[in-house]
Design a protein around this ligand. Structure first.
Ligand code: NDP
Length: 294
């Protein structure tokens, strides 16, 4: 293996420590508060929400969880969001997705005050990011960007290929890289000769949801590979079943060629939660008229 392993777990711990320092240093202005709204009882969401709550408290912020039944009406959910929008002790609001099918996700997300939209999914924040203005930005691509900047310093002029064009990862990632003056290509399921497209990139961000789709022969020697994918696969081990997590990149073959790579798990995943805390701190600073931490 040639690639440097970018340790997202360790880097996320330094981001959380920086957030905790800022929270303590600004205690005279109040305590940042993050409200997480969970509708229904999806077990995976429940795990995420619990670890978000624990880490929020660990950095000195207030964590408030609102758990609603899967049958909650849209009107009741919108009323809760309105109450949180008007609650001065709450600076960030996160509605855990996906929502049950009878709830209109766009409507719900766009009912969050954009200043408290720590997921960066509100249309106003999407527009601000797209026009290069200060905004709340989605946590997962922010985590990828922080790791890339930490590794490369300036990203200016680098060729970046983002694989995936979802609203939560691919598109905002492309906008953030463009803002850093990368030359950005977005690849997706209709992209022709995708291996050739990816091979031109000095930065590859894979956000596809297909286990180990990107293999080493797609990678330009020395490129930086950021693997966003989280795929659970079932393996048969000695007659029994075992579930393991793999990324969208085939780790061993990509690591042979790449200059740097994020592992799965332990890469982008931990950075996502750290960036949620950073976004909550940024939202708090904005609402209090304080400068955001650099
Ligand atoms: P989506 O399913 O919303 O988007 C997947 C994208 O991949 C689409 O744009 C799709 O293209 C594209 N795609 C699908 N198949 C191919 C293919 N064969 N070749 C090229 N492109 C393809 O996924 P998300 O963006 O929400 O998530 C992507 C991955 O990242 C998932 O594994 C998810 O679990 C993970 N994830 C990890 C997070 C973390 O914290 N680490 C956070 C969020 C997501 P098209 O638009 O044409 O259909």
């Amino acid at each position: 293996m040639n690639a440097k392993v970018i340790d997202g777990k360790a880097f996320a711990a330094t981001v959380r420590a920086r957030v905790a320092e800022h929270v303590a240093a600004n205690a005279a202005h109040g305590q940042p508060g993050l409200a997480v709204v969970l509708v229904g009882d999806d077990p995976a969401s429940d795990v995420y929400v619990r670890s978000k709550g624990r880490m929020t408290r660990e950095v000195g912020m207030a964590s408030v969880k609102h758990r609603l039944s899967a049958e909650t009406s849209e009107a009741d959910l919108l009323k809760l969001i309105d109450d949180l929008n008007n609650d001065d002790s709450i600076h960030g609001i996160l509605v855990q997705l996906p929502l049950p099918g009878h709830l209109n996700e766009d409507l719900v997300i766009n009912s969050i005050d954009p200043a408290k939209d720590v997921d960066g999914f509100h249309t106003s924040n999407v527009g601000l990011l797209g026009t290069g203005q200060k905004s709340m930005v989605p946590c997962t691509p922010l985590g990828c960007l922080l790791m890339l900047k930490d590794h490369h310093g300036s990203l200016s002029g680098l060729n970046a290929v983002v694989i995936g064009r979802s609203n939560i990862v691919g598109k905002p990632m492309a906008q953030m890289l463009l803002k850093e003056s990368c030359t950005v290509t977005v690849a997706h399921s209709r992209t022709r000769n995708i291996a050739e497209v990816v091979k031109r990139a000095e930065i590859v961000v894979a956000a596809v949801g297909r286990p180990e789709m990107v293999t080493g022969d797609w990678i330009k020697p020395g490129a930086t590979v950021i693997d966003v994918g989280i795929n659970r696969i079932n393996e048969t081990v000695k007659g029994g079943g075992k579930t393991s997590l793999v990324g969208d990149c085939h780790y061993d073959s990509c690591a042979e060629v790449a200059g740097a790579i994020t592992p799965v798990p332990g890469g982008v995943g931990p950075m996502t939660i750290a960036c949620l805390l950073l976004n909550t701190l940024n939202a708090f600073c904005d609402q209090k008229g304080l400068p955001r931490p650099s």
